[in-house]
Write a protein that binds this ligand. Structure first.
Ligand code: ZN
Length: 378
């Protein structure tokens, strides 16, 4: 290097990552949604949340592109589910998702399908899961990206439906994708308001089983179940549902007891910054508490949630952590390592990811002033 020359920032696109919070149908490419809507004569969603002319999700940075409420978000999500009707549709979706993950240098992903909403086209939820398992095996051979599934309860459906899904998750853990368990986690998503976790305790106990093969990975602490109950929903997800990682969890930030519990029980938050901004969980991206959690010893991973709906991907979320939140490379790399260590990936893949992150860090870069955020101060 020339004397006095500043090294370049490390390229985040080469940082190995695991994506641990990704909804399958919410990761559909805009062009695929448009094609499938046309194929089945379904009106394409008319919201401004994605550019229907483009194959690439459009970044949405302004508050005008926020969702009015969670139901507006769900309606768009359901439109993506409604056009999955054949094995060909599902295989296309899973292959494209894996290809897009590879572009972000994701080695492993835990993907949550909402098969409840389109299982009627495949005969049963179990036959739908089998289609998804086959699709992931094909996608892995073509892209090298390992996909495992997280079956997730829809909060607003019945407790009986949750228990049925838990039994399916157990059977799914016996299905295999290129030799490893197809289902590795059991989740809980949908509107938190009016649907706290208590009702789903039995379903989570069934899924977890005595062998603990299936991890508890519920959403919590995103939108409070009731006024002022956001942190409690995080605590309940751990105490009642046995959460190992929590999708979002950001509402724990104002509650010392919830923070202490997350730290002591070593529960990881699978954070999605753009999602939290566009669903009005945080006022601005800069307000996102990921740095606070990390400073307080609560581990976090960085994820995209629903690229179709939020116009982001995991790479742009990592970039946002650097450019907008001013996170340094060591902190960013620690989040990437956490994504491997606390995943349900095979051990060899965890080691590969961790070693890859160390290699990325050792490439150098300008640790003193690598971000636009820091550059303003330097
Ligand atoms: Zn989510």
């Amino acid at each position: 290097m020339m004397p006095g020359a500043r090294p370049s920032p490390r390229d985040l696109s080469f940082l190995p990552k695991a994506e641990l919070h990704l909804h399958l149908e919410g990761a559909m490419r805009p062009g695929t949604l448009r094609d499938l809507c046309s194929k089945y004569s379904i009106p394409a969603p008319s919201t401004p949340c994605y550019d229907s002319r483009s194959d690439v999700p459009m970044p949405r940075s302004s508050t005008t592109s926020r969702f009015a409420d969670f139901s507006a978000f769900m309606n768009l999500y359901l439109s993506a589910c409604s056009c999955l009707r054949t094995e060909e549709d599902v295989r296309r979706l899973v292959l494209e998702v894996a290809s897009d993950l590879r572009e972000c240098h994701v080695l492993y992903a835990e993907v949550a399908p909402s098969l409840t909403f389109y299982a009627q086209h495949f005969g049963s939820m179990e036959s739908t899961l089998r289609v998804l398992v086959d699709a992931a095996a094909i996608a892995e051979k073509e892209t090298g990206v390992l996909i495992s599934y997280v079956l997730s309860v829809e909060r607003h459906l019945s407790v009986e439906a949750a228990i049925e899904l838990a039994h399916l998750a157990r059977r799914g853990s016996e299905m295999h994708i290129n030799g490893r368990a197809a289902v590795v986690g059991f989740g809980l998503h949908g509107p938190e308001e009016s649907f706290p976790p208590h009702a789903f305790r039995e379903a989570f106990e069934i899924a977890h089983g005595e062998d603990g093969k299936i991890a508890s990975l519920p959403h919590a602490g995103e939108i409070a179940p009731a006024r002022g109950m956001g942190a409690k929903s995080v605590v309940d997800a751990v105490h009642i549902l046995g959460a190992k990682r929590i999708a979002h969890g950001v509402l724990a930030k104002d509650d010392a007891e919830a923070m202490r519990m997350l730290r002591e029980k070593d529960v990881v938050l699978d954070v999605c910054i753009t999602s939290n901004f566009l669903l009005n969980v945080v006022e601005t991206r800069e307000d996102h508490p990921i740095k606070y959690f990390l400073k307080e010893g609560v581990k976090c991973t960085i994820n995209s949630d629903d690229p179709l709906l939020f116009g982001c991907n995991i790479l742009s979320e990592y970039q946002l952590c650097r450019d907008v939140l001013g996170m340094d490379d060591h902190t960013i790399a620690q989040c990437a390592k956490t994504s491997f260590i606390y995943s349900c990936a095979p051990e060899y893949l965890k080691s590969k990811g961790i070693n890859g992150v160390d290699g990325w860090l050792s490439e150098g870069g300008d640790d003193s002033c690598v971000t636009r955020h820091d550059a303003r101060r330097c």
